[in-house]
Design a protein around this ligand. Structure first.
Ligand SMILES: CC[C@H](C(=O)O)C(=O)SCCNC(=O)CCNC(=O)[C@H](O)C(C)(C)COP(=O)(O)OP(=O)(O)OC[C@H]1O[C@@H](n2cnc3c(N)ncnc32)[C@H](O)[C@@H]1OP(=O)(O)O
Ligand SMILES: [Co+2]
Length: 147
């Protein structure tokens, strides 16, 4: 496996506008993207861009609100009404090679490889196989692509 950049931490929130105001007003976030719907994933999503450190590139907090009660985030919010840390996302150079390696390692992959919020292919690994951490694997954006 070739672990790449830590792309984002996914944070489930009951209300994305309230969460944006919190990150802006309480945490002083300077760059927050406009929320957009991902109906195929059942979520409304936006990104809080965090500054880098020691010359390294920053990362993102991905704020996720359920679009409806069938959303994969809805059950999490039902169990955690305030929301909270939901998943982590690591980049890999080749999503299909990564999928094959995790499958060979007996890790449960949740659903098909699909296009995520950054416009590149992603899949999820079951938290019970990943030290309790729901893990998203994302193919690194090609050089020059927006992400
Ligand atoms: C793709 C767009 C965007 C992007 O970055 O590109 C996103 O990230 S979208 C993010 C939302 N989509 C997903 O999360 C898809 C993958 N998730 C799932 O398939 C489910 O949420 C799943 C299987 C992780 C949980 O399903 P469900 O909630 O129906 O199951 P349970 O509540 O019964 O949970 C089973 C077991 O897992 C524990 N659990 C559930 N969610 C999490 C979590 N986020 N982190 C850690 N553990 C989690 C839960 O506590 C249960 O454990 P148990 O000991 O049995 O109580
Ligand atoms: Co994500």
């Amino acid at each position: 496996m070739q672990l790449g950049r830590f792309n984002h931490i996914g944070v489930a929130v009951p209300d994305i506008e309230e969460a944006i105001a919190f990150y802006r007003d309480v945490l002083g976030a300077k760059q927050i993207t406009e929320p957009f719907d991902l109906p195929e994933q059942g979520v409304k999503v936006c990104f809080v861009n965090t500054p880098g450190h020691d010359g390294t590139e920053g990362t993102q907090v991905e704020l996720l609100a359920p679009l409806d009660e069938t959303s994969p985030v809805a059950n999490f919010i039902a169990k955690n009404p305030l929301g909270g840390q939901h998943h982590v996302c690591f980049e890999v150079p080749d999503i299909e090679a990564a999928r094959a390696e995790f499958e060979a390692a007996g890790k449960r992959i949740l659903g098909p490889t699909r296009i995520g919020a950054h416009g590149t292919p992603i899949f999820f690994l079951h938290p019970k196989d990943m030290l309790g951490q729901l893990t998203e694997i994302m193919e690194s954006p090609k050089e020059g692509a927006l992400h």
